[in-house]
Design a protein. Structure first.
Length: 201
């Protein structure tokens, strides 16, 4: 969300340019799995869905189709599903860019950027025009452009306008897909409750 409409944080722009700030969130370390553990867990020789299938047994015991992971999903009977929500989210962003108010605001932002010395059509293509040093480090030129980008968004009220249009489209989407979204919510709730029950059991 922080970069849904391009760069928006002045402090981050002044320090990191267009690069993503380092992730300071402490994430639990993923367990290191042996090749055998991966095979038993997934039924494949790797963690990707395209990995080759692993042998159907391990140390004389049959490995379920899709591995223990699939067996667990089958027992729980449901999975968390964000397909519809992700589709609507993407769709609203695409449609918002076609709205006259947003197109006008983007054009005004582009004009502001031009006065700062940067010929860029929209916030998404700005990153491609970033002047980079051979060292790969964030240069002062990149920081200058990123700062101008955010400042022009502020001057033209681009983010507020874009967000308002985007949110309006999403409200319409919710109304138009109310039944499907309610069914999805119930499905995901059942999946969570089934997983909790399996963990307790």
């Amino acid at each position: 969300m922080p970069r849904r409409y391009g760069l928006s944080d002045p402090a981050a722009a002044a320090k990191y340019g267009y690069e993503l700030p380092p992730d300071t969130t402490k994430h639990p370390q993923a367990p290191k799995l042996s090749a055998a553990a991966v095979a038993v867990l997934t039924g494949r020789k790797g963690l990707t869905p395209r990995a080759a299938k692993a042998p159907s047994s391990y140390r004389g015991q049959k490995v379920p189709e899709g591995g223990c992971q699939q067996e667990a999903f089958d027992k729980i009977g449901a999975r968390i599903d964000f397909t519809l929500v992700s589709h609507l989210d993407h769709d609203s962003l695409v449609k918002s860019q076609e709205e006259p108010r947003v197109r006008k605001a983007i054009k005004t932002w582009s004009t502001c950027m031009k006065t700062e010395g940067y010929a860029v059509a929209d916030p998404y293509t700005a990153f491609d025009l970033v002047p980079r040093d051979d060292s790969g480090a964030v240069s002062q030129r990149e920081i200058a452009m990123a700062t101008a980008d955010v400042e022009c968004k502020k001057k033209t009220d681009l983010i507020a306008i874009w967000y308002g249009v985007d949110a309006s489209i999403q409200k319409q989407q919710v109304e138009q897909n109310q039944l499907a979204l309610q069914q999805l919510k119930e499905k995901n709730t059942r999946a969570v409750k089934a997983a909790e029950a399996a963990l307790r059991g």
